[in-house]
Design a protein around this ligand. Structure first.
Ligand code: PAF
Length: 251
C-alpha cells in the first residue's frame, strides 16, 4: 500500500498507472464499517483502489466539531493495509488549499435544505473538496454512503453538471445491531446513549409522520434539529450528549 501526501506525487503516480480503472473512496478518517463496505466494493469492481483521508476544515461550520472529530491516522492506515487498498492519499490542508479557500463550488438549490439549512457553508466545503479530490485522483468510480444521502445527490449532480466522466455510486447505510447508523461520531457517545440512539432509526422508519417522529425523539430527551421527508426518504438530525447524529431511511 502506497501512502501519498503531495498532490504532485499523486498526479505523477496517476499518470504512471493510467489507463487502469481507479475506484475512489474519499473519507474524513475515523474509518468504520460503513467506510469499509465502500472500500470493499471499490476493490471488487476496479483495477486499483484509492482512499483519501483528509479532515476537510472547510466543511465544518462548528470549530469544536472539527476539533473533536474522532479518528486515528495510524489505526486507519492499519485497517486499509489489511484490506489491500492500493493507494492512500493523506494530504495536508496546505496541499489541498495552497492558495487558501478562495474558489468554492456553490450549489444554489438542494444545498439550502436539511443539512444545508442547519450547517451554513457545509456543502460548499464538501463540494469544493470533493471536486479537488476528484480532479487529483481522476477515478472511474467514486463511492459514497447513503447515510449522507443529500451529500450523495449533490455530488452526483455536480459531477453531471461539470461534465466529469465519473460514476458516483451510493451504497446502503451500514448499521450497528441496534439499527444505529455507523458513524465516527458514535464513538463519542456513552454506552447508554449509544443504545438509546437506536431510536433515531426506529422513529424515522416507523413514525406515521415527520411530526410524530420528532415528538417521539423529543419525548426521549433528544434535541431534534430537523425531521423532514424529501425524495421519498425521511431525514433527521438530532443531538444526544452534545453529539450531532444524522440518519435517513427510504419510506
Ligand atoms: O462524507 C464524508 O466523509 C465527507 O463529506 C467527504 C465526502 C469525504 C468530503 O470531505
Amino acid at each position: 500500500m502506497k501512502i501519498i501526501k503531495s498532490v504532485e506525487e499523486f498526479k505523477s503516480l496517476r499518470e504512471a498507472i493510467s489507463p487502469r480503472t481507479i475506484g475512489f473512496v474519499p473519507t474524513l478518517g475515523g474509518l468504520h464499517e460503513g467506510h469499509l463496505s465502500l472500500i470493499k466494493e471499490s476493490i471488487k469492481n476496479n483495477e486499483m483502489s484509492v482512499v483519501s483521508i483528509f479532515l476537510n476544515p472547510t466543511q465544518f461550520n462548528n470549530e469544536s466539531d472539527l476539533a473533536t472529530y474522532p479518528g486515528s491516522l495510524s489505526d486507519d492506515l492499519k485497517t486499509l493495509d489489511s484490506l489491500d487498498v492500493d493507494i492512500v492519499f493523506t494530504p495536508s490542508n496546505e496541499a489541498i488549499y495552497p492558495n487558501g479557500y478562495n474558489y468554492k463550488i456553490c450549489e444554489e438549490r438542494t444545498s439550502s435544505i436539511l443539512e444545508g439549512e442547519f450547517r451554513p457553508g457545509h456543502y460548499e466545503g464538501v463540494l469544493t473538496v470533493v471536486m479537488k479530490l476528484l480532479n487529483i485522483v481522476n477515478p472511474k468510480n467514486a463511492y459514497f454512503g447513503e447515510k449522507d444521502f443529500q451529500q450523495y445527490i449533490l455530488i452526483k449532480n455536480m459531477v453531471e453538471d461539470f461534465f466529469l466522466d465519473i460514476n458516483i455510486i451510493a451504497l446502503k447505510t451500514i448499521r450497528e445491531k441496534s439499527g444505529l447508523a455507523m458513524s465516527s461520531r458514535n464513538n463519542r457517545l456513552s454506552d447508554e446513549a449509544r443504545q438509546r440512539a437506536s431510536l433515531i432509526y426506529k422513529s424515522l422508519l416507523e413514525s406515521p409522520s415527520d411530526e410524530h417522529a420528532r415528538a417521539t425523539l423529543e419525548e426521549q430527551g433528544f434535541n431534534v434539529e430537523y425531521i423532514k421527508s424529501w425524495m421519498g426518504r425521511r431525514f433527521g438530525a438530532v443531538e444526544i450528549e452534545k453529539v450531532r447524529l444524522i440518519d435517513n431511511v427510504s419510506l
